[in-house]
Design a protein around this ligand. Structure first.
Ligand code: CA
Length: 236
């Protein structure tokens, strides 16, 4: 695993590099935003540790935004001395995947690095796409092609849950456990109702586009581009 450290405080950067190398990671280190941006965009890193306050033509938040604008979904862990809630939200909305406030314990940093490296790459970044369906997780906007789709809070939560499991089969119980809180009284029938609402909004009103929500009778649901297996069976 190769990690890029973008941190202008040379002592801190060096300590992070040594610590990560002791854990077996390969580490490159740069000390200003502009070099950091070109490294992050040109090389295929597994993770970027990015300081928020950097010398150069942009700060860490802007650097993060530009990395994402280039379509690069590398996990980004942002470091900062500032720890207000507004700063954290700004960092995460710019496309960072996690946030560590200085001074941090090295053990915590390593634990967060490991957690980020465990995530499948497609789950990073703020925009999730499937076919021409685009979901921007920073402002909860959903579009199919150019057409905006208005979803209720629950429909959105259900869609985002399914999008994080594209191609997998999710059961009604999984949906209930992840989309509703434990106090909600949800019956399997409720899930069917919400799947129906979502299907109307993202599939049925786009009859010329492939259906994305598939029902696997007796198992659950699957969000994916391929044709539904039982439909294919019916064709033959
Ligand atoms: Ca700094």
């Amino acid at each position: 695993m190769r990690i890029l450290v973008i941190e202008d405080e040379v002592k801190i950067a060096g300590a992070i590099k040594r610590g990560l190398e002791m854990k077996g990671y390969a580490v490159d280190m740069v000390h200003d935003a502009d070099t950091g941006l070109s490294y992050a965009c040109d090389a295929d890193y597994d993770l970027v540790i990015l300081d928020r306050m950097l010398p150069g033509s942009m700060d860490g938040v802007e650097l993060c935004r530009r990395v994402r604008d280039n379509g690069i979904s590398v996990p980004i862990l942002m470091l900062t001395a500032r720890g207000t809630i507004g700063d954290k939200i700004e960092g995460l909305n710019s496309g960072a995947d996690d946030y560590v406030v200085k001074p941090f314990s090295f053990d915590e940093l390593i634990a967060r690095v490991k957690a980020l490296l465990r995530r499948p790459p497609k789950h990073t970044g703020t925009i999730i796409k499937l076919d021409d369906l685009t979901v921007d997780t920073t402002n909860y906007s959903v579009k199919r092609g150019d057409k905006s789709i208005k979803l209720s809070q629950k429909e959105y939560a259900l869609l985002e849950y399914l999008l994080h499991r594209v191609g997998q089969v999710v059961t009604k119980d999984m949906i209930i456990a992840h989309v509703w809180d434990e106090d909600a009284e949800v019956l399997p029938n409720t899930v069917e109702v919400y799947i129906g609402y979502l299907r109307n909004k993202i599939d049925r009103v786009f009859p010329d586009r492939p259906a994305l929500i598939h029902t696997l009778r007796g198992f659950g649901y699957s969000l994916r581009l391929e044709a539904q297996p039982d439909k294919e069976a019916n064709k033959s």
